[in-house]
Design a protein around this ligand. Structure first.
Ligand SMILES: NC(=O)c1ccc[n+]([C@@H]2O[C@H](COP(=O)([O-])OP(=O)(O)OC[C@H]3O[C@@H](n4cnc5c(N)ncnc54)[C@H](OP(=O)(O)O)[C@@H]3O)[C@@H](O)[C@H]2O)c1
Length: 260
């Protein structure tokens, strides 16, 4: 019951990590949960799986569209008041080198993964600041710290998410509001199921986390003072190595994910 009385909004709740986080929040005493993604029917299915003691609101929304997010923020807060925990989780990746990808494909990833998070943060943060309480959890990736060949647009969106979150983390000191980034390695979800990943080096990733492991970190993040939680925790040493000895680590990344 660690989230007793809290209102939680999760973007990208229809699948994978977001879906598991919704299930786990609902088991931990939240008062209300708002499920957001484009697919209303999948969210309705998920609603049936959640603890009936928790009030669930399904809100289909494409978070890459600024006007839709502004409308969502207004409608939800006018009717239900402040959101206590905002989980910015919606996101996707498209495989293709920078030369192969179109500007529009890179824009699509950026608008969802980075700007979608910015829009949601902007519409829900004011009431958190006013009430001096609340927490934002941004689901980034290890790709927020490593530029992996073949997914430059995705890595760019996640580096941007981490940089934005780090600035905001400092700005929020003393306001009563917190922000924590959760950065997992590869996770067993529908993420890699789009056609662009078929037969590509990312398919060779042998070990993938269970979404339950990432969901646990999201719940831990929602009242953590930390800026970033890397999942699993020991992979943080790889981030340190990359920043400290880039000339040793970058050739390994280059070879492991050869694109051409
Ligand atoms: N799986 C991994 O290996 C991995 C590793 C590190 C980080 N992550 C991150 O974890 C997050 C969740 O991904 P996942 O692995 O759970 O993948 P997933 O199973 O494919 O789920 C992605 C979710 O995002 C939603 N979504 C996508 N575009 C959206 C949009 N424009 N507006 C609203 N919702 C949208 C999807 O719902 P609809 O289709 O219904 O809109 C879906 O619920 C992503 O941010 C991803 O970058 C994943």
């Amino acid at each position: 019951m660690r989230f007793k009385g809290k209102k939680v909004l999760i973007t990208g709740a229809s699948s994978g990590i977001g879906k598991q986080a919704a299930i786990d929040f609902s088991k931990n005493g939240v008062k209300m949960i708002f499920l957001v993604s484009r697919s209303g029917s999948k969210l309705e299915e998920l609603k049936k799986m959640l603890d009936p003691k928790c009030d669930t609101v399904v809100y289909p929304c494409d978070i890459s569209k600024k006007d839709n997010v502004i409308k969502m923020g207004k409608e939800i807060q006018d009717k239900y008041g402040q959101i206590d925990i905002l989980v910015n989780n919606a996101g996707f990746g498209l495989y293709g080198t920078v030369i192969q990808q179109t500007i529009e494909e890179i824009e699509e990833v950026t608008f969802t993964n980075y700007l979608g998070m910015v829009y949601c943060t902007k519409v829900f943060i004011d009431s958190m600041i006013r009430n001096r309480t609340g927490h934002i959890v941004n689901v980034a990736s290890l790709a927020a710290s490593f530029g992996i060949p073949g997914i430059a647009g995705y890595c760019g969106s996640k580096f941007a998410m981490l940089g934005f979150s780090e600035s905001l983390y400092h700005e929020l000191k003393g306001t009563g509001v917190g922000i924590t980034v959760v950065s997992p390695i590869a996770v067993r979800t529908n993420f890699f199921n789009n056609d662009s990943f078929k037969g590509k080096p990312t398919h060779k990733i042998g070990y993938m986390l269970d979404p339950k492991k990432v969901s646990k970190s999201i719940l831990d993040a929602s009242n953590s003072r930390r800026l970033e939680i890397v999942v699993p925790f020991y992979v943080r040493s790889a981030v340190w190595l990359k920043h400290t000895f880039p000339y040793l680590i970058n050739p390994i990344i280059s070879n492991a994910f050869k694109t051409m």
